[in-house]
Design a protein around this ligand. Structure first.
Ligand code: FO1
Length: 324
C-alpha cells in the first residue's frame, strides 16, 4: 500500500480497541505520518499517583509491553505491591501491578517537578522505543464524570472499576473541558494539512467524546474540511470490550453499529464522513448510508497483529476515497 509520504493522519484513541487499531496503523504509517491523540478523561489521582489509563494502554501496546490477557497494564506482571498494600488496609480496588507502578511513580514525579503530560509521554515513549507520536488530548485536567440513575455522580474509575460498570448511566460530563486547550501536539496536527482523522473503535461516550469536545476541535476539523472516519466499536450488537452497549441501552439508544452511526451524526453534525462496519453488520449498511455516511464493510474484530494491520490498510484506503 503506497501512501504519499506527505500524508498525515490523526488517530483518536481510548481504551483497548483504540490501541489495537493504533498498533495496526503504526505498522502501515511511518512515524511522521501519524499523530495518536489519547483520551485523558479516564485519568485520576489514586494513592497520590497520577494514573493515565488510556495513555498507558497506547504506550504499552505500541511498545509491545501490554498485558494481552487483561487489556491494560503490563505483561509478565506481578502484584506484590498490591498484596502488601492490601495487608496494610490500603485501597486495592484498582489493581496496580509492580511493573505498572514504575510508570505511575515516574509520571507523578515528573508532573510534580513541573513537566507537562505531553513531556512525560515523550520521555516514556523514548524509553520504550516508540517511534510514533502519542500526545494527550490536552495537558489540562479533564475528568469524565458519570451521572447515574440513582442520582450519584461517579468519577470514571469509580464507575468503571470500583463499581464494575453496574450503575445505570443517564449521562456524562467532562469536568474542566471548557477551559481545556488541545495539547501542543494535537494543536500542531490540527493546524497541519491532515489527510484524515481516524476515530478508532473506542467507546463514543467516554473515550471519543472527551477528545472531540475540547473547545474548537470539531470546528477546526470542519473548517479544514478533513475527512473523518469512525470504526464502529459495536459489532453484532455487542461492544468488543467494555460497557458501551450497556450505556447505549441505558441512554435509550439501539445497541447496534447503526446506533453508533446515528450518535455521531446527531452529536457532531456533518463531521463524520465515513463509517466502517464489521461484516457481521453488513445488513445495516444501507441504513448507515441513509444517514449520509459512506461505508465499507470489513473484518473489524482484531485478534491478531495481521487483523490490526489489515483493518488499518482498509481504513486508510477508505479515507482516501472520502470527500471532506
Ligand atoms: N480496569 C479494570 O477493570 N480493573 C482494574 O483493576 C484496572 C486497573 C488498571 C490499572 C492501570 C491502568 O492503566 C488501567 C487499569 N484498568 C483497570 C483499565 C482502566 O480502568 C481503563 O480506564 C479502561 O481500560 C478503560 O479505558
Amino acid at each position: 500500500m503506497d501512501i504519499p509520504h506527505s500524508n498525515h493522519y490523526l488517530a483518536l484513541s481510548g481504551g483497548v480497541g483504540g490501541a489495537k487499531l493504533v498498533l495496526g496503523l503504526s505498522g502501515v504509517l511511518a512515524p511522521d505520518q501519524m499523530t495518536v491523540v489519547a483520551n485523558t478523561g479516564d485519568d485520576f489521582e489514586h494513592l497520590g499517583l497520577n494514573i493515565c489509563p488510556d495513555i498507558d494502554t497506547v504506550l504499552y501496546t505500541l511498545a509491545d509491553w501490554n498485558n494481552k490477557e487483561l487489556g491494560w497494564g503490563q505483561a509478565e506482571e506481578s502484584w506484590n505491591f498490591l498484596a502488601a498494600l492490601k495487608r496494610l488496609g490500603g485501597e486495592d480496588w484498582f489493581s496496580l501491578g509492580d511493573r505498572d507502578m514504575a510508570t505511575h511513580i515516574l509520571r507523578t514525579q515528573l508532573l510534580g517537578a513541573g513537566a507537562s503530560l505531553s513531556e512525560v509521554i515523550e520521555q516514556l515513549s523514548e524509553k520504550m522505543n516508540i517511534a510514533h507520536r502519542i500526545v494527550p488530548m490536552t495537558d489540562e485536567r479533564v475528568r469524565t464524570q458519570v451521572h447515574c440513575r440513582d442520582q450519584r455522580t461517579l468519577s470514571f474509575q469509580h464507575y468503571f472499576v470500583r463499581d464494575r460498570c453496574q450503575p445505570e448511566v443517564t449521562g456524562f460530563e467532562f469536568s474542566g473541558i471548557d477551559k481545556a486547550l488541545p495539547s501542543a501536539g494535537f494543536s500542531a496536527a490540527l493546524a497541519s494539512p491532515l489527510s484524515a482523522v481516524i476515530i478508532c473503535p473506542s467507546n463514543p461516550f467516554v473515550s471519543v467524546a472527551p477528545i472531540l469536545e475540547i473547545p474548537g476541535v470539531v470546528a477546526q476539523l470542519q473548517a479544514a474540511r478533513v475527512p473523518v472516519v469512525v470504526i464502529s466499536n459495536i459489532v453484532g450488537g455487542e461492544a468488543i470490550k467494555g460497557p458501551a452497549a450497556k450505556m447505549m441501552s441505558e441512554l435509550g439508544m439501539p445497541q447496534t453499529a447503526l446506533g453508533v452511526a446515528q450518535h455521531y451524526v446527531e452529536q457532531y453534525g456533518g463531521l463524520v464522513k465515513g463509517f466502517v462496519l464489521d461484516t457481521a453488520d453488513s445488513a445495516l449498511e444501507k441504513e448507515v448510508n441513509a444517514l449520509g455516511l459512506a461505508t465499507i464493510v470489513t473484518k473489524s474484530v482484531m485478534l491478531t497483529l495481521h487483523d490490526k494491520t489489515e483493518l488499518a490498510k482498509q481504513t486508510l484506503a477508505f479515507v482516501s476515497t472520502l470527500e471532506a
